[in-house]
Design a binder for this molecule. Structure first.
Ligand code: ADP
Ligand code: MG
Length: 269
């Protein structure tokens, strides 16, 4: 087997419910569909729900069994869209209690030799499992929503990641509305002092895709949030973004306006 050069990304947020799992499942799907060998790991051992994003629920073997020494890593990997390798985590209390998080490092290593991109959905906030993984990843992406609590908590996560010497690639600002756009962009940049990699609009289609248990980028690729997440994926994978559909609507116009204004470090949108 050939050894691959892989890139491992840990996705963190200080606050729960900001869209970490949603964004990660869509970005990983997009990159896999660009033809890159990609894996996604649900490392939220206590509150796993990545399986739902792919319609893969009640799987008999998961990361819990792997970390309990009851199954091999390969037995717990399922196929997602575009050949994405999905390592799910179970959602039972017993499974959580039996799992030894120390094995997460071995799991990351397993994928490093087999894939080009590894995305890890981490538990919310500060905990031991994150401390364990931070030294083994190439960078962190912080997901933030436009509210003070989310930004304040993200700042704490930034400080923690940096204390481990971990590079923070930037922020993904999720659930943005037209009304608060200008103010929020300035506030996020001033508070967190990090690059904004992507701005994802609040998009009801995300909930629709979640109900159907499919990633939005495969379900409604032309929706504003799909376009934003595909551009983010192209940026991460260093692949040229080629629109396959006409991009119109308030969000695209707003983004265009910001490009003209020339917000520094403003990435793929
Ligand atoms: N851009 C968005 N627009 C609308 N709803 C969103 C958006 N991003 C996430 N959501 C919804 O917010 C909820 C929390 O998202 P989730 O990805 O589970 O957050 P986290 O993993 O950070 O806890 C879900 O119901 C999801 O469908
Ligand atoms: Mg989540």
């Amino acid at each position: 087997m050939s050894i691959m050069t892989s890139e491992t990304c840990l996705v963190l947020s200080g606050k729960g419910g900001v869209g970490k799992t949603t964004i990660l499942s869509n970005v990983a799907t997009s990159i896999a569909m660009m033809g890159k060998k990609t894996a996604i790991i649900d490392a939220d051992l206590a509150m796993a729900n990545l399986g739902l994003a792919f319609g893969l629920q009640d799987m008999p073997i998961t990361l819990h069994e792997v970390l309990a020494g009851k199954a091999s890593i390969s037995e717990a990997i399922y196929d997602g869209p575009g050949g994405l390798k999905v390592l799910l985590c179970g959602d039972t209390i017993a499974g959580f209690q039996d799992a030894d998080p120390a094995g997460l490092v071995e799991v990351i290593d397993y994928f490093k030799s087999r894939t080009e991109f590894i995305f890890i959905d981490a538990p919310v906030g500060v905990n031991e499992d994150i401390f364990l993984m931070l030294p083994y990843v190439d960078y962190v992406i912080l997901v933030v929503t436009p509210d003070m609590l989310s930004m304040a908590d993200a700042l704490k996560m930034k400080i923690i990641a940096e204390s481990f010497g971990c590079r923070i690639k930037g922020i993904v600002l999720n659930r943005v509305e037209t009304m608060d756009f200008d103010e929020i962009m300035t506030e996020v940049k001033n508070t967190l002092k990090l690059d904004i990699l992507s701005v994802i609009p609040n998009d009801l289609k995300i909930r629709e895709a979640a109900m159907k248990m499919v990633p939005l980028v495969t379900y409604i690729p032309e929706s504003p949030a799909s376009i934003a997440m595909t551009k983010l994926a192209a940026n991460i994978a260093r692949v040229e973004y080629k629109p396959t559909i006409k991009e119109v609507g308030w969000f695209q116009r707003l983004i265009g306006k910001y490009r003209v204004k020339g917000i520094e470090n403003y990435g793929p949108n």
